[in-house]
Design a protein around this ligand. Structure first.
Ligand SMILES: *Cc1c(COP(=O)(O)O)cnc(C)c1O
Length: 387
């Protein structure tokens, strides 16, 4: 299916709503029936009928169809956050006594689920360096039911060989989940590489305007239907119609936004790499990135997030760097129109700063919709603080 068709037309049945070009926001909690029999069949199969908006909703359905198609998946569910998508996907695939293999440092709230919530129900997790397929082979136990991936990771961009992990998991009857937030389906399609469930935070690129929190989960119909009828309905964390409408609107410009960001990111990476005050730039499509070949093989593109390590021995200089930027904002998240920066040292106590630890001098930059020269001029203001 053409991306243009998916984004502009798929799922939109305009004759159902006065031939309006923009889809309506069906802001209704419930739907009426004409006959008892129609109501009966809705109760029997809520996955196929509009009954109550904690389940299906027509505006959300337009979005589901588009997102599933972009992923190359049979179906998709849209949640009120990426964290909710992670929670439902994981919960649906473990029971007491099961074991999970996860890549090191998955998204914070995935990690908190593995460390704090699941052990209360007898589910344990082993973290591995996912860059080496042998680490998966070694970590799998007889009770392993789930492999949790995030490729690339959103701080150090560590990749997993998705095809190889999917193959291994299939042979062992293990379900695979991949957090695809970094790439979006425009730049990577884990489902087409054999991964069972692909998820992403739609808060990032799908929304694209820093005004909505949402998450997507896609996979085979049989698995998505099972999750819908259980975790999705029970947690009640489905997306609301207005937010779904915002995401449909965001999708219209997704490919061109990624194009602009891709171009600007390349320029910014080039600038940072030659900068005398930069020790290292970490970006998956940089030729010096240790997994560059794999990145080129399984990703169609890379953009937006990159990490650089500055040469300094003082935390004040790291702080001054960030505080002297005029346009690049200091904030979490990414995927919107505005460029952002997070210093890794904002996550540690000031007294614990150790210049010998590279991580303490790391800055994660998100390149937004601004032109590269505009951003580079701003970064110069930061570098002026490093002496
Ligand atoms: C932001 C993010 C999430 C969580 O998404 P929310 O929409 O914030 O709940 C999950 N994974 C990655 C990699 C993220 O960056």
């Amino acid at each position: 299916m053409d991306i243009s068709y998916i984004i502009n037309e798929l799922g939109e049945e305009r004759e159902n709503y006065f031939n309006a070009i923009a889809p309506p926001i069906i802001q209704s909690s419930n739907f009426a029936f004409k006959t008892v029999d129609a109501m009966r069949s809705a109760f029997a199969d809520e996955y196929s009928t509009y009954l109550y908006s904690r389940g299906l909703n027509p505006t959300v359905d337009i979005l589901r169809k588009k997102l599933a198609a972009l992923d190359g998946a049979e179906d998709a569910l849209v949640f009120n956050s990426g964290a909710a998508a992670i929670f439902a996907a994981v919960l649906a695939n473990v029971k007491a006594g099961d074991h999970i293999v996860s890549v090191n440092k998955p998204y914070t709230w995935a990690q908190k689920m593995f460390n704090d919530i699941l052990p209360r129900f007898g589910v344990t997790t082993t973290y591995i360096d996912g860059r080496d397929i042998e680490n998966f082979e070694r970590a799998i136990l007889p009770n392993t039911t789930l492999i949790y991936l995030e490729s690339p990771n959103s701080w150090d961009y560590a990749l997993q060989d998705l095809k190889a992990v999917a193959e291994l998991a299939k042979a062992e009857g293990i379900v695979t989940i991949c957090d695809n937030s970094y790439c979006t389906p425009i730049y990577q399609q884990p489902i087409l590489m054999g991964i069972d469930l692909s998820l992403q935070s739609a808060t990032k690129y799908i929304s694209g305007h820093s005004d909505t929190v949402a998450g997507v989960l896609s996979g085979r119909k049989e698995m998505i239907e099972r999750i819908f009828n259980s975790e999705y309905m029970n947690i009640g964390s489905g997306i609301q119609p207005f937010n779904a409408w915002l995401l449909i609107r965001g999708l219209r410009t997704l490919p061109m936004r990624l194009q602009q960001i891709t171009h600007a990111t390349q320029e910014v990476v080039k600038y940072l790499k030659q900068h005398p005050k930069v020790e290292e730039v970490i970006f998956p499509f940089d030729e010096d990135f240790p997994q560059y070949e794999l990145a080129r093989q399984q990703m169609k593109g890379a953009c937006g997030l990159l990490t650089f390590i500055i040469k300094t021995s003082s935390i004040e200089q790291v702080e001054n760097f960030c505080e002297n930027l005029q346009h690049i904002l200091m904030a979490v998240s990414w995927g919107g129109y505005e460029s952002l920066i997070i210093p890794k040292c904002s996550g540690i106590k000031r007294a614990d700063f150790d210049p010998a630890n590279r991580e303490h001098r790391m800055l994660r930059l998100y390149v937004g919709q601004e032109d590269a020269p505009y951003l580079i001029k701003d970064l110069e203001k930061g570098f002026a603080q490093i002496v």
